[in-house]
Design a protein around this ligand. Sequence first.
Ligand SMILES: NC(=O)c1ccc[n+]([C@@H]2O[C@H](COP(=O)([O-])OP(=O)(O)OC[C@H]3O[C@@H](n4cnc5c(N)ncnc54)[C@H](OP(=O)(O)O)[C@@H]3O)[C@@H](O)[C@H]2O)c1
Length: 325
Amino acid sequence: MRAVEFQEYGDPEVLKVVQTETPEPGPGQVTIDAVYVGVNFADLKARAEGYRVESLPFRPGLEVSGRIRAVGPGVEGLHPGQEVAALVNSGAYAEVVVAETATVFPLTEGLDLRTAATLPTVLPTAHALLHEVGQLRAGQSVLVHGAAGGIGTVAGQLARAAGAGAVYGVVSSTAKAGHALKHGYDEVFTTDSFPDDARRATGGRGVDLILDPVGGDTLRRGLDTLAVFGRLVSFGNASGAEPWHVGQPELYAQGRSVAGFSVLALAQSASEALRSLTERAFRKVTDGTVTLPVTAEFPLSNASEAHRLMGGRTSTGKLLLRVAD
Ligand SMILES: NC(=O)c1ccc[n+]([C@@H]2O[C@H](COP(=O)([O-])OP(=O)(O)OC[C@H]3O[C@@H](n4cnc5c(N)ncnc54)[C@H](OP(=O)(O)O)[C@@H]3O)[C@@H](O)[C@H]2O)c1
């Protein structure tokens, strides 16, 4: 079968198509004939800096949709030919993908394979950031960094549907603001001025909940932008800054909290919690609350082009790789 791997870290060109053995499922696993694969920012971080890479060559890819090819020993409730979406720890950039059954989700009525490939990372993550971790309550204000990207596009819509009082987005260029404004955001600020803009928009009160995938200076400035009793959820480190440490001086005075979330870490540590979270989140798509537009699609062999587009910080919505028809 064909897969896309890299043998060394570097620019998108390090992604190469390779011919490799077709895998067989082990106990508790299935193999999936991939139709679409979602592109995630984490795939770019893996290639550029070795994020979550334990050895080379490495095959990126966290989410796939397709049809079950084979089921391993002990697997119940899944069968060959069934249409599914799956979250995997790595390795989705391939014609055949191995997945643990705990994170394989049969497609429900009304969910097609193309849409399904956009969901396994973004949907549960955005839902958890706002609800399970962020504890958003109706009437509260939310600010989301990366508002025009995959997570941002869904978070804006979910926040609006939850009755947020105001939904603010932050993007790196004004060109992306239009996309965010169509997906739940009331106002969109740019990275350089977001603390002042958010204070102005809230009449000096500050924001109740901030979702931060950037880290570093952006996280620090976000903490200063929180309202009394405000919460910040950290869920990434796009800036590549040193890991953050937050202590009493930042938190005590105004009763602020900082929380964290990783969908991949949850898959490893509490797969049942992830499963019910994902089922709750997927219902937001099937009931029409959320749409996640695919803004560009590339053949698997051209994964490097998808990485170039996302890495250039001009992409909006979700990018997909097409593996088969
Ligand atoms: N913790 C989790 O479970 C989890 C799950 C999925 C994704 N994530 C994180 O969520 C973020 C969005 O992921 P995605 O896959 O949906 O990608 P995406 O948002 O579609 O595209 C990448 C995003 O990163 C931002 N970005 C790129 N380079 C950056 C830089 N050097 N500094 C700051 N921001 C930068 C871009 O926003 P601007 O150009 O507008 O700033 C863009 O929104 C990523 O940071 C990812 O690691 C976390």
